[in-house]
Design a protein. Structure first.
Length: 229
């Protein structure tokens, strides 16, 4: 039976900034494995379609193109396809870890946390501008808030302070177990999934690199902006 965890302390929503976990950048170190025709990854037996990743990239690039100094912003956030897949996989891991611990967040909690973030950044527009710089499109903000709340509750349930190395290590262990249980397998064009680091790792062969570049260029073209290397 799952134990439902509650916390009376007010959760500070940092939106992809707490402990650097939600914004973790994939490390480029290892090689790919089996192929996944049509899918970017398999998570717990379920597919994450390549088109789903590309759609998220398209939304981010479109929002970035409208932002101040959009071209510079796009150029400074390359490999968006891999970054978005990493974010999607990390979100699945957080959801699994929360489910294992009986942790939930309500619609009201999400609304309150988002409202607090809007106040913190002095308006919805400025909040969206800050988040798009971190690869989160306006229509992806609610999911980002949900994951942030879940992550904070997971930390609270394990008496872990996400602002300290020890606290981060403790939460990473919890997430690593959830990651292993999901049996994540990634299409080699994106790299491989490291359960311990909870992120993508990669050492591409030339033909995989070229295919990835083509996919990124296609997604950027669909978004109406040039994709960077």
């Amino acid at each position: 039976m799952h134990r439902r965890t509650h916390t009376s302390a007010r959760t500070r929503t940092t939106l992809l900034l707490s402990a650097g976990l939600l914004a973790a950048v994939p490390v480029l170190t290892a090689c790919g494995s089996q192929s996944h025709p049509g899918a970017a990854a398999l998570v717990g037996g379920e597919r994450i379609e390549t088109s789903s990743v590309q759609n998220q990239v398209k939304d981010v690039r479109a929002a970035q193109a409208k932002a101040p100094q959009g071209a510079q912003l796009i150029s400074s956030t390359g490999q968006m396809n891999r970054a978005k897949l990493h974010s999607m996989l990390f979100g699945k891991v957080v959801e699994r870890a929360a489910s294992d611990a009986g942790i939930e967040v309500s619609r009201k909690e999400i609304q309150q946390a988002r409202a607090a973030a809007v106040q913190q950044y002095q308006g919805e527009e400025k909040l969206a501008e800050m988040l798009v710089r971190r690869g989160v499109a306006p229509d992806q903000i609610e999911q980002a808030v949900r994951e942030e709340l879940l992550l904070n509750k997971i930390a609270a349930a394990n008496r872990a302070n996400l602002t300290t190395p020890d606290g981060q290590a403790k939460v990473t262990q919890v997430l690593a177990k959830a990651s292993k249980d999901l049996h994540i397998s990634v299409n080699p064009r994106y790299g491989t999934w490291d359960n311990e680091k909870i992120g993508l790792t990669d050492r591409r062969t030339p033909w995989i690199t070229q295919k990835t570049k083509n996919a990124e260029a296609q997604a950027a073209e669909q978004a109406g902006v040039p994709e960077t290397q």
